[in-house]
Ligand binder design. Structure first.
Ligand code: NAP
Ligand code: HSE
Length: 441
């Protein structure tokens, strides 16, 4: 390990979209980093899977290795930066690096969600830093904010857009009527999507991130599998049109709310958001996180949630923080300051089932275009305690004799709505129940 004024050696695991940005920043800005932190840094090794993949030509090829031992067993490395993604082997590599006394930085929300508490406990034991700012919100400094600047607050809710790929797709579909598959391909080409974009589209990536942010905000582990998750693949172009007519945008929201009984309900799903709400106006790859605390009130952090440069900003912030701590201290660097994630327990106090949610709803149905249809549907909804707010009939098709019916409701219990919709779908006059989307007022 480096002591005194000597250079800080860094090993990088992963050299893709984000790792490539981190490598460029370390190689191009060594002098500026020294001025900011007091120490020189050196990128000593970079782990990749495939040596034959084209890389940035300015990257010295001798840095590259496909052998993880060149990093994990190198006693000269001070910091290991993990930018590979996925739970395994990244999680095991992080564990080994920490156990070997290296400081580590990761952008890996899956690992932090699944293994955060145990990795942080190990980091405490080994007296090294484990920093993970880029694991949620891309370039938005929300992790550090929850860990320190907002720590004095009793936080009651997080409402957020925390997947750049999804928000990019939804924005393109709403604004330019871009087909889903084309918008996804664009997001992938920009480097926003996960290696398996299913994680983005199905809300899994956002669930990992909400698990990380929620754990920090509510000071208890929020396992990702207890986050209710719904993807965006059911959304159709007409949903965006009808929502706009009703004064809403459609966004994929990640929400965690502390309920009055102390439990936390965490969910990721598409939602109608009123046009005049800030979250409705977060477009493209941008993310936003609204935090409500007893002291700070409502805060919204907004910025690019994915992409090479924005994410590099977050990763390099963590790296420079460690370098500065090493430069300023003869003793051990500060221990990780991670209230919430590092604590164990509290697993019993979690996530109500979505059935108990009270929400307003948007529903779109294809029905026979004939008299009395609405009355039959209204009867079922009324019997289920669901109060209708608006009804509009759209897109009548004389050929098939059908029309689209768009109904919004006042806040109702999710289980009641689901059960009423099952009954509605069995009516002979209803061709299909096309979509049910929650409305976040
Ligand atoms: P990526 O472009 O797919 O890059 C992954 C890199 O890791 C590649 O260089 C790959 O090697 C290497 N790698 C993967 N598995 C490996 C293995 N088993 N052994 C050795 N090398 C391996 O991924 P990314 O988009 O940069 O994302 C990296 C991490 O940052 C992920 O945790 C992601 O969730 C997180 N993140 C990404 C973004 C973003 O905008 N992309 C934003 C925030 C956080 P090859 O190059 O040889 O294939
Ligand atoms: N795939 C992720 C997203 C990368 O689109 O938000 C940032 O974590």
């Amino acid at each position: 390990m480096t002591r005194g004024n000597s250079t800080i050696n860094i090993g990088l695991m992963g050299l893709g979209t984000v790792g490539g940005g981190v490598a460029a920043s370390l190689l191009d800005n060594a002098e500026a980093i020294k001025q900011k932190t007091g120490r020189m840094v050196r990128l000593k090794r970079a782990l990749v899977r495939d040596l034959s993949r084209p890389r940035d030509p300015s990257l010295p090829t001798e840095l590259l290795t496909t052998n993880p031992e060149d990093i994990l067993s190198d006693p000269d490395l001070d910091i290991v930066v993990e930018m590979m993604g996925g739970d395994s082997p990244a999680g095991e590599y992080l564990e080994r690096a920490i156990a070997a006394g290296k400081h580590v930085v990761t952008a890996n929300k899956e690992v932090m969600s699944r293994r955060g508490p145990s990795l942080l406990a190990l980091a405490q034991e080994r007296r090294v830093n484990l920093l993970f700012e880029a694991s949620a919100g891309g370039g938005i400094p929300i992790v550090g904010c929850l860990m320190s600047q907002l720590l004095a607050n009793d936080i009651s809710s997080i409402r957020s857009i925390i997947n750049g790929t999804t928000n990019y797709i939804l924005t393109r579909m709403a604004r330019e009527q871009t087909p889903f598959a084309d918008a996804l391909a664009e997001a992938q080409a920009h480097g926003y999507a996960e290696a398996d974009p299913t994680n983005d589209i199905e809300g899994i990536d956002a669930a990992y991130k909400l698990s990380v942010l929620g754990s920090l905000a509510f000071h208890r582990p929020i396992p990702h599998h207890l986050v209710y998750t719904e993807g965006i693949s059911r959304l159709a172009p007409e949903d965006f049109r009808y929502a706009a007519e009703l004064g809403y945008a459609i966004k994929s929201l990640a929400i965690a709310v502390a309920e009055p009984d102390g439990a936390v309900r965490a969910r990721v799903h598409p939602a109608l958001v009123p046009d005049n709400h800030l979250l409705a106006n977060v477009d493209g790859v941008y993310n936003a996180i609204e935090v409500t605390g007893d002291l700070c009130g409502q805060i919204i952090l907004h910025g690019q949630g994915a992409g090479r440069d924005a994410t590099t900003s977050a990763v390099m912030g963590d790296v420079l923080g460690i370098v500065r701590a090493l430069a300023n201290s003869d003793g051990p660097p500060p221990l990780p300051d991670t209230p919430g994630m590092a604590q164990d327990g509290g697993l019993d106090v979690l996530a109500h089932p979505i059935d108990e949610l009270s929400s307003a709803y948007y529903m779109r149905l294809t029905c026979a275009d004939q008299a009395g249809v609405l009355a039959q549907i209204a009867q079922i909804l009324g019997d289920g305690n669901i109060s209708i707010a608006t009804v509009i009939q759209k897109d009548t098709d004389p050929g098939s004799g059908t029309a689209q019916l768009v109904i919004t409701t006042y806040p109702s219990r999710e289980a009641d709505v689901q059960s009423a919709l099952r009954a509605v779908s069995e009516l002979g006059v209803v061709v299909s129940v096309n979509n049910l989307i929650r409305i976040e007022e």
